[in-house]
Design a protein around this ligand. Structure first.
Ligand SMILES: Cc1ncc(COP(=O)(O)O)c(C=O)c1O
Length: 398
């Protein structure tokens, strides 16, 4: 049956982790992995999550299925976290379903778009997270790219992006990263979000917002200011939420897909299709992670404690950005590295030639995927000098 299947090349990001593990060098550094790391290189369970987990387990009386839409309280609270007071205003027009992580939300969203309008085209940023295209494209939907990142300015190529969006036909779907753009770290300013909202609204385009890093850029509110501009103004919006990073719930596969529809009747219809799509793929979502996140968000004290933990992570990521920029500038004062501090979230693109990236991995034992995306949370006080030495050694290569 499966004899004709050829072995696939390793996933570009997971392959880096495997290569890192194989490397016996005591000085190796992993800047490839897509998870938060503390100064010791660990990804610990958050204290607020641990406390909520204890409460959830103590209160649990059964393991029966949660239902196709998942934990309704979780859905409401996580949408409220994203949309703030708009969530109540838009409640009747919103259909939400708990999903298997942010990936599950993206995939169900794509499945629904494909089912509702098989010819719809989703436009993703160039570049975008490596899994976006396979994940969305596997639904059968057509994908295209819009210009997003300018490697010269290390910022959003906003004029080109807007020009591109202005030419799209009505009904085209535009995938936008709410904050902490993966892989570039270059985010839209609030003024730019406003201008994007104008174009989407004027041309009848549909935003599909990927919110995987709320709280990882600046704070819980600032990171969703652009999303809220869109949600407040546009008739239809898809929102894929991940709790993997900000709750550290990676392996619990916790997320939600919220769709804001033109009217309440459409939202009710969408909810039935969301449930059917999930049912056809995996039947019911898992309980544990969503129960934990719902508990954290529903308990004022725990919610504050959690927000404080996330704030501490952001402080560290910003510190590591500044530290690496400083270490690189000290070695190459004539080169501008301050873009590292202007960018947000865990990721930035080094912008080096492929030969230089390969040399970093193979000769310097500093690992990252071939596009040169580095995870700043992999940098620490202990390894920053060594990482900076390695980067400047390969700067001119290729
Ligand atoms: C941009 C982006 N979207 C979505 C996700 C989905 O995350 P998960 O399915 O692990 O919740 C990720 C995870 O790395 C991401 O970087």
């Amino acid at each position: 049956m499966f004899g004709n299947l050829e072995t696939l090349p390793p996933d570009p990001i997971l392959g880096v982790t495997a290569a890192f593990r194989r490397d016996p060098s005591p000085d190796k550094v992993d800047l490839g992995v897509g998870v938060y790391r503390d100064q010791f290189g660990n990804t610990p369970v958050l204290a607020a999550v641990r406390e909520a987990e204890r409460a959830v387990i103590a209160a649990q009386r059964t393991k029966v299925y949660v239902g196709p839409a998942g934990n309704i309280q979780f859905n409401e609270r996580i949408v409220e976290l994203a949309l703030g007071s708009l969530a109540a205003e838009l409640k009747d027009r919103t259909a939400a379903i708990q999903t298997v992580g942010g990936c599950g939300a993206l995939r169900i969203g794509a499945e629904l778009l494909h089912a509702a309008a098989p010819d719809s085209v989703v436009h993703v940023s160039d570049p975008t997270w490596a899994n976006h295209e396979p994940l969305l494209g596997s639904s059968g939907i057509t994908l295209r790219r819009y210009p997003y990142y300018d490697p010269q300015t290390r910022a959003v190529a906003f004029d080109r992006m807007l020009e591109h969006l202005e030419r799209l036909p009505s009904g085209a779907v535009v995938l936008l990263h709410a904050c902490c753009h993966n892989p570039s770290g270059a985010d839209l300013s609030l003024e730019q979000w406003d201008a994007v909202a104008d174009v989407l609204d004027g041309r009848g385009l549909v935003p599909f917002v990927d919110l995987a890093y709320q709280g990882f850029g600046d704070d819980m509110e600032a990171d969703v200011a652009g999303l809220r501009v869109l949600a407040g103004r546009l008739p239809t919006l898809l929102l894929a939420i991940s709790c993997s990073k900000n709750f550290g719930l990676y392996r619990e596969r916790t997320g939600a897909l919220a769709i804001i529809a033109e009217d309440a009747a459409t939202a009710r219809a969408i909810a039935t299709h969301q449930a059917r799509t999930g049912r056809r793929m995996y039947s019911m979502p898992p309980d544990h992670g969503a129960a934990i996140a719902a508990h954290v968000l529903g308990d004022a004290q725990l919610r504050q404690a959690w927000q404080d933990e996330v704030s501490a992570m952001v402080v560290r990521m910003k510190q590591m950005r500044a530290l690496l920029a400083g270490a690189l500038s000290a070695r190459r004062p004539q080169v501008d590295f301050l873009w590292l501090e202007r960018q947000r979230g865990m990721f930035s693109l080094l912008g080096l030639a492929p030969a230089a990236i390969a040399a970093l991995c193979d000769e310097e034992h500093v690992y990252m995927p071939p596009d040169g995306r580095i995870n700043l949370a992999g940098v620490s006080d202990q390894n920053v000098e060594r990482v900076a030495d390695s980067i400047v050694r390969v700067l001119g290569r290729g």
